[in-house]
Design a protein around this ligand. Structure first.
Ligand code: PLP
Length: 385
């Protein structure tokens, strides 16, 4: 066999999938697993969205669309951005993708070259560093600190900017820590991007899943006309992970480059899925509201529960559906703790190091699971530590 492309050695994977494979093997052997590793809402997609999908199929929405996405969904996205962020982009500033992930990929491929530097939170969602490495760029991590509620500070970002910096990536509410950037944090980072003429990729996929806080988008500073690329989607806000639907909002010239990447890869997003997306954005929002209310109750439950476990210390995150407790009090490393929980307790989690070096000493629990399961988790942890 001929060798594989050298670039394959630079791309990463997501440990979540490896943990899931180990869980499936244990489950096959008859072991019961408590799943706290999965990053997707355990709610059904909204019923009116399902209805709209079926209707779209019956109406024959089964052919190609323009690669940028149908006009109706791009217009609905503009309306959504107006309602939630406070400015109205033009439909030409919007691209529809099969999930938020391909939007992040297209945005990075369209802007980053070999040798460029990309400033990324550490810990962070793994694909940012993976793709930056893949294209031969240098990842410049900004260490998030527990004592600062895992927020990326303006000073920390400023310190990392060099003449080679091309992009800053932010994610608020954040995966894996659940941290939420303040208005000042976001404004300060947007200013650094402006002063140094950088791209600013803002992954806002969890913006609807937020408690006791407000979400701020850097896109308000340039109305996504100059440097900000806003990424959002339907997976988390509408429990539509399997639909594969997301979008990007950015400068028209950049969106056109991303469209070229779409033409070369996906052609377009599944047509009836785009129609369903219009229904999700413009229809009733009660499913999302009910889901967020339940997530808040679960967060309260898991945070107080984890803080009662010996060796665990857990902040009260303001967003997403993850907690990132400090487990150094157990005397174990993240990997040891993750293995111990799975082997001894049948509890699946992700080690903090799956999200970067600064994740050492932490593990991530996703609380996208029932309150009963969370209570069972806490009882079990008390017997293990
Ligand atoms: N961004 C973050 C921070 C995520 O956690 C995820 C999914 O877990 C995504 C983007 C991608 O979501 P999707 O491609 O399903 O829209």
């Amino acid at each position: 066999m001929k060798p594989f492309a050298k670039s394959m050695a630079r791309i990463g994977t997501e440990s979540a999938f490896e943990v899931l494979a180990r869980c499936r093997e244990l489950e096959r052997q008859g072991k019961k697993i408590l799943h706290f590793e999965i990053g997707e809402p355990d709610f059904p997609s909204p019923p009116h969205v399902i209805e709209a999908t079926k209707k779209a199929l019956d109406q024959g929405y089964t052919h190609y669309t323009p690669p940028q996405g149908i006009y109706e969904i791009r217009e609905a996205v503009c309306e959504e951005i107006y309602k939630s962020r406070g400015f109205r982009p033009k439909p030409d500033q919007v691209i529809i993708g099969p999930g938020g992930k391909p939007i992040i990929l297209f945005a990075m491929l369209a802007t980053i070259d070999e040798g460029d530097e990309v400033i990324i939170q550490d810990p962070a969602y793994p694909m940012y560093a993976s793709i930056a490495n893949y294209v031969g760029a240098k990842v410049v991590p900004v260490r998030l600190r527990e004592e600062n509620d895992f927020r990326m500070t303006v000073e920390d970002v400023n310190e990392k900017v060099t003449s080679k910096t091309k992009m800053i990536v932010i994610n608020s509410p954040q995966n894996p820590t659940g941290s939420v950037l303040s208005r000042e944090d976001v404004a300060g980072i947007a200013e650094i991007a402006k002063d140094n003429d950088l791209w600013l990729l803002s992954d806002e996929i969890y913006n609807r899943i937020i408690y006791d806080a407000k979400h701020f988008s850097p896109s308000i500073h340039d109305m996504a006309l100059e440097r900000t690329i806003l990424v959002d989607g339907f997976s988390k806000a509408y429990a539509m992970t399997g639909y594969r639907l997301g979008y990007g909002v950015g400068p028209e010239k950049l969106i056109q480059k991303m469209v070229i990447l779409a033409i070369n890869t996906i052609s377009c997003v599944t047509t009836f899925v785009q129609i369903a997306g219009v229904a999700a954005l413009l229809g009733p929002q009660d499913s999302t509201e009910a889901m967020v209310k339940e997530f808040r109750a679960r967060r309260d439950l898991i945070v107080s529960g984890l803080n009662s476990v010996r060796g665990f210390r857990c902040l009260n995150p303001k967003g997403a559906f993850y907690v990132f407790p400090n487990i150094t009090g157990t005397g174990m490393s993240s990997a040891e703790c993750g293995n111990y929980l799975l082997e001894k307790g049948g509890i699946a989690v992700l080690p903090g190091t799956a999200f970067g070096e600064a994740g050492e000493g932490y593990i991530r629990f996703s609380y996208a699971t029932s309150q009963e399961k969370i209570k069972e988790l806490i009882e079990k942890l008390k017997t293990l530590f």
